[in-house]
Design a protein around this ligand. Structure first.
Ligand code: TMP
Ligand code: ASP
Length: 240
């Protein structure tokens, strides 16, 4: 279905053109990166596990009325998606304190955030994706006010849908990052939903089951992603 070289290749995914200019093939690679690409590795099966988890979560969101770019899974590591004009912002929803929030505000990890909070980051590797606010976004033309309001609303709605889904599987959705883009005049959820862009903890033990295992050298990275898939009831193909 796809042709030629990737149109875009990021740190963990590649995008290919298709015969239809409105559609792209998204390939989930085994490449893993953290700290703006300072730490990289190839983790066998990660692309496949993330492709399956992303398909499952995107389909759940679409069924609940969230517009997304996801069309269907094509193979173990590839999915068909709508071509989007991306908003250059990352939307982060946090239910518990972790990561950069703890470092920035001196909050202890794991503190329950009530109500959940929202942060915006500019997608700019050279600047290390800095935290920005909605006034910056409007002033610099990254997104207008109605678009920002819609991104915030959709982000919290995703949280309301996914938090109970994870809770029912004995998992805590600590935080997650979303990206949005435009397709045919509609703002839709793009990018991916996987343990690469979320923090997910075991509810009973607090054990980290997401990309923090890679960032912090905790080991068993893909095994933990597979554990998340198993708990959510997402069947994965056996190892070749
Ligand atoms: P942070 O605590 O490092 O700001 O990350 C918040 C959430 O966003 C966490 O779930 C990981 C995710 N994230 C990405 O998906 N990509 C990134 O480049 C960064 C920095 C965070
Ligand atoms: N995804 C980013 C990177 O590769 C940051 C991170 O997730 O830690 O560098």
């Amino acid at each position: 279905m796809h042709k030629g070289e990737p149109v875009y290749s990021g740190k963990a995914k590649s995008l290919y053109a298709t015969d239809d200019p409105r559609l792209m093939v998204m390939e989930f690679r085994d490449d893993t990166s953290a700290f703006d690409g300072q730490k990289v590795a190839r983790l066998a099966r990660k692309g496949m596990v993330n492709n399956y988890l992303n398909a499952f979560l995107m389909e759940r969101l679409a069924a609940a009325g969230i517009p997304t770019h996801f069309v269907r899974r094509l193979s173990a590591t590839r999915s068909l998606v709508k071509r989007l004009a991306m908003v250059p912002l990352e939307c982060v929803v946090r239910n518990r304190a972790a990561g950069s929030l703890c470092r920035r505000l001196g909050v202890e990890e794991g503190r329950v955030l009530s109500p959940p909070t929202f942060e915006l980051f500019l997608k700019n590797d050279a600047l290390h994706d800095p935290l920005v606010n909605e006034y910056h976004a409007v002033t610099f033309g990254w997104a207008d006010r109605p678009t920002l309001a819609r991104m915030v609303e959709q982000s919290f709605r995703v949280n309301e849908l996914l938090s109970p889904l994870f809770a029912d599987a004995g998992l805590v959705l600590v935080d997650f990052k979303l990206e949005f883009g435009w397709a045919d005049g509609e703002l839709v959820l793009g990018d991916e939903l996987s343990p690469d862009g979320c923090r997910i903890w075991d509810a009973a033990s607090g054990e980290k089951l997401d990309k923090d295992r890679f960032r912090k050298d905790l080991g068993r990275v893909v095994e933990s992603y597979e554990e998340i898939a198993a708990r959510l009831g997402v069947p994965l193909p056996a190892s070749p």
